[in-house]
Design a binder for this molecule. Structure first.
Ligand code: AHR
Length: 504
């Protein structure tokens, strides 16, 4: 259990054989906030092959992907979009599958949509995964009535025409869905609204989002696009904070620009560096939004919900450009580790996040090819970091040496730490430098442990990937580079690596 005394770690990091590059990292376990498990959430849109071929094949949920996702303890899954959410009409996708409406996915490739995966299938999937559903309602092309009816269908336990319909469709009890998004990217694909107009829409729609008995809603407002601080300011001023559980924010790591994002596999150090720099910007963006939220909500009742994040590259050659299918390299795993460290260190305000998008789309955990599947390097980061879910964060202060590329600098090391409910301390460390290992000498004061173990994810090259021919090229290994040296903890952190240590 947590020790009553103040725990204090002072880690001195020096660069291997190179000239001394002293760094201090201090970690305290005093009053760090709990790292919500929901920070480790995921996003699955009806886009490309995320749902169809990913979660769903023929007429059933893929149990191989369910088993893999259960292992990493997915806490929450967001659906049906994304941009698709604001063109989605839930009634199109309930009832006998043969009778469901045939529609067109106008958002993602103008492809036919048979709606065989709908509300019942999504909620069955969440049940199999043991995770909370997070549904984004349609504000852009829907109506308050449509949203209200969907909630009644989902959450009402009494008798009504809609609950009779639910029962007729095979579900007796309500699902009690609580996480509810009021639109998605309302500044863009969700309706091109101004923050003032959206604030009014949020007020209007949320009036019709009722708490059914046993199913209190946690409403999430459609928040800013990356560093659009004005959006946050206007919403925090105008929306009813007492009825708002969260404010979403989307930020994607892009190494190039929107028209030329760069290949997921063929990139050099220049592109690698740009991607890492862009990824680290998440810290600044979260901090700035949090500062604005603090002005209006000093008690931090409204969570920042980073419900779309990850690296976005060009699609794999030969694939449909609208399907956003990209490979996933060691670089992307370093991005995941770094971003999760940022979220852990902002656990006072970041209450939920969702990586985009689980299977076959953007920074995926899983890629599938017909009945085959593989786990990406990013998957393994979520596996290694799951120890932080619901653990108490340990407040850290870190000053790292820089990784310097062509005169530009970013911090070489980033970290986060937590103590779990059984008292075990976990420290996650990322070394972004692709060629320099680094030595961390940590003076730990007040932490009693006899064993230090851990796992490492690294590879020969930053663009190494797992393929269907070589599915295990990038995978975690037991980490043997940490040991106790008197009162010190010494960690030899290899170049381009992610390590999660366990002290017990
Ligand atoms: O994740 C892909 C798209 O990116 C989502 O549909 C949208 O919300 C964002 O712009």
């Amino acid at each position: 259990m947590k020790k009553p005394c103040l725990l204090f770690l002072l880690l001195v990091i020096t660069g291997g054989l190179a000239a001394q590059r002293p760094v201090s990292l201090s970690i305290r376990d005093t009053a760090g906030p709990i790292i919500s498990r929901n920070i480790y959430g995921h996003f699955s849109e009806d886009l490309g092959r995320c749902i169809y071929d990913g979660f769903w094949t023929g007429d059933h949920i893929r149990m191989d992907v369910v088993a893999a996702l259960k292992k990493i303890k997915v806490p929450v899954l967001r659906w049906p979009g994304g941009c698709y959410a604001d063109q989605y009409h839930w009634r199109d996708a309930i009832g006998p599958r043969k009778d469901r409406k045939r529609t067109v996915n106008v958002e993602w490739g103008m492809v036919p949509e048979d709606n065989s995966f709908g509300t019942h299938e999504f909620l069955e999937l969440c049940g199999l995964l043991g995770c909370q559903p997070y549904i984004a309602g349609n504000v852009g092309s829907g109506t308050p009535e449509e949203m209200e009816n969907w909630l009644e269908y989902l959450n009402y336990n009494g008798k009504s025409t809609l609950t009779d319909l639910r029962k007729q469709n095979g579900r007796e009890r309500p699902w009690n869905v609580s996480f509810w998004g009021v639109g998605n990217e309302s500044w863009g694909c969700g309706g091109s609204m101004t923050p003032e107009f959206y604030s009014d829409q949020f007020r209007r729609y949320s009036e019709f989002c009722k708490d059914y008995p046993g199913a209190p809603l946690k409403l999430i407002a459609s928040g800013p696009n990356s560093n659009d601080y004005n959006w946050t300011e206007v919403l925090m001023k105008h929306i009813p904070l007492g009825h708002t559980w969260g404010l979403s924010m989307h930020y994607y790591t892009i190494a190039g620009d929107w028209n030329h994002k760069g290949s997921a596999t063929q990139f050099d150090e220049d592109t690698y560096f740009k991607a890492m720099k862009a990824c680290l910007k998440m810290d600044e963006i979260v901090s700035q939004h949090a500062a604005i939220m603090d002005k209006y909500d000093p008690r931090k009742r409204v969570g920042l919900v980073v419900d779309e994040w990850g690296i976005w590259t060009d699609v794999e050659p030969g694939t449909n450009p609208s399907f956003l299918y990209q490979q996933n390299s060691l670089r992307d795993a370093l991005i995941a580790g770094t971003t999760l460290n940022i979220f852990n260190n902002h656990a006072d305000r970041v209450k939920m996040a969702a990586l985009a998008q689980t299977i076959n789309v953007l920074q995926s955990l899983i890629l599938t090819d017909k009945d085959k599947m593989l786990l990406t390097p990013t998957y393994y980061i979520f596996d290694m970091y799951k120890v932080h879910q619901d653990a108490q964060s340990l407040v850290i202060q870190l000053a790292s040496p820089d990784y310097v590329y062509e005169g530009q600098r970013i911090p070489e090391v980033n970290a986060s730490a937590s103590r779990d409910s059984s008292g075990v301390v976990h420290i996650s460390l990322v070394n972004l430098d692709p060629s320099k290992p680094i030595t961390i000498r940590a003076g730990l004061s007040g932490i009693a442990y006899t064993n230090v173990g851990g796992q490492i994810l690294t590879a020969g090259k930053f663009n190494d990937v797992n393929t269907f021919d070589q599915p295990d090229k990038v995978k975690p290994a037991v980490f043997k580079g940490a040991h106790k040296d008197g009162d010190d903890l010494v960690v030899e952190l290899p170049a381009e690596s992610v390590v999660v240590l366990e002290l017990k």
